[in-house]
Design a binder for this molecule. Structure first.
Ligand SMILES: Cc1ncc(COP(=O)(O)O)c(C=O)c1O
Length: 401
């Protein structure tokens, strides 16, 4: 069923300020249900994990519920959900744990399509281990990441392939399943960055063939919490650095220090929120998530066509990337104006967009725009509507002619 965007928007208090929030790719707003779940957790009384008293047991329950919610969102197993402050921190942690077994002569493959959070942790871990780094290149101007190139990039020494499920600036969704299948056939593990992809459609990490799938709740209406999901049996084979008294179980041994328990309650509420986007969705929470995220995808893509058509019709606008499979994320420049000037002009018109490389460091480098302020990013999520798009088009039109 189609998503009722006015009903969805009514649930987001921040959207009442009259701004068009086209900055969702950098972080989404929170619905009341998530804000309420976080404050209810605080109000109920929380304790540190593993105690004999009710407040501690509430924290234990919140953590268990959060793992199940994240597993339902991505099609994973609750016992394989590692929770932490954000994707970058968790990826550095996983890179350090995986690299313990890397030897000089081993290889890792990263891509120039990726956010730097799925590049630098692997490059730096490889450097420390004496392993070589091989680069998957982005085809220009299409912005596609050809899966075929992995046939030559992979060797018997490849230990890990890190690849994004979607570019956070040009939206390209590579054929991750084809890439991970090649990695597996070569005996390498795959680490898929789902931070940008997860909010934009149904996720099935098994179908993606991801050994590790990373996501961040603040990109899908939750608080600032990251998660990496893997098969618990795979996690059992890894020994991350940890404190002696902290739990040695999986997934807890990958989690450092005391978690933000109330925020974990907010993550569960965010998954419930996503699962309810299609009011006609029925069945298990996983079933409802899949139906609702399909509705969110259709809604975003409808608006995106309008956004792209509008921008493409403006003489002075250059759009980057044109992959047929991409998220509703536009990355563009306006002739005669720096991206920072365009973003400032849009802010005057009450339109929130980002300008700059947005940590797509390698991609903006090969596009040749990193040193000139890169571009403007306007990203749609499920709570955006036609008036958001039209306000952006009108305002860009004032500059582009
Ligand atoms: C595609 C992608 N990967 C990784 C990250 C980093 O995520 P986090 O802020 O959770 O560390 C981001 C953040 O914008 C992103 O868009």
């Amino acid at each position: 069923m189609a998503l009722d965007v006015s009903a969805v928007r009514a649930g987001y208090p921040a959207l009442a300020d009259g701004y068009a929030y086209l900055d969702g790719a950098a972080g989404t707003q929170l619905p009341d249900t998530v804000i309420d779940a976080i404050s209810a957790a605080h109000r109920s009384g929380l304790g540190n994990a593993g105690g004999a008293f009710p407040a501690s047991k509430r924290s234990d329950a919140i953590t268990a519920e959060c793992r199940q919610a994240v597993a339902d969102l991505v099609g994973g197993t609750a016992a394989g959900v590692i929770l932490g402050p954000n994707m970058t921190t968790l990826t550095y942690r996983l890179a350090a744990a995986l690299a313990k077994s890397w030897q000089p002569g081993d290889e890792v493959i990263v891509s120039r399509l990726d956010h730097d959070a799925n590049v630098r942790p692997w490059v730096q871990a490889a450097q420390r281990a004496g392993a070589a780094v091989r680069w998957a290149e982005v085809d220009l101007p299409s912005g596609e990441l050809d899966a075929g190139q992995y046939d030559t990039l992979l060797t018997g020494r490849t230990r890990l392939v890190a690849v994004t499920a979607a570019s956070n600036v040009i939206g390209t969704r590579p054929d991750v399943a084809a890439i991970t299948a090649k990695a597996r056939a070569a005996g390498a593990l795959s680490y898929v960055d789902g931070v940008h992809a997860t909010p934009h459609g149904p996720t099935d990490m098994a179908a993606l063939g991801a050994d590790f799938y990373a996501t961040s709740a603040y990109k899908w209406s939750g608080p600032h919490i990251g998660a990496v999901i893997a098969d618990p049996a795979l996690l059992e084979t890894l020994r991350p650095d940890k404190l002696v008294p902290s739990p040695d179980t999986v997934p807890e041994r990958f989690e450092q220090g005391t978690p933000a328990y109330a925020d974990l309650a907010g993550v569960t509420a965010a998954v419930e929120h996503l699962a309810a986007l299609d009011p006609a969705a029925a069945g298990s929470r996983r079933d409802r998530v899949l139906a609702s995220m399909a509705a969110a995808h259709a809604h975003e893509q409808g608006l995106f066509a309008r956004l792209l058509d509008g921008l493409a019709a403006m003489r002075g606008v250059t759009l980057y990337g044109k992959a047929p499979r991409r998220t509703a994320t536009a990355y563009f420049t306006v002739e005669g104006w720096t991206p920072a000037q365009v973003a400032a002009h849009l802010a005057e018109a009450r339109v929130n967009v980002w300008n700059g490389h947005n940590y797509a460091w390698e991609l903006t480098g090969v596009l040749g725009i990193r040193d000139t302020g890169s571009a403007v990013r306007a990203g749609l999520v499920h709570y955006n509507d036609r008036s958001d798009v039209d306000r952006l088009l009108a305002s860009v039109g004032e500059l582009a002619g």
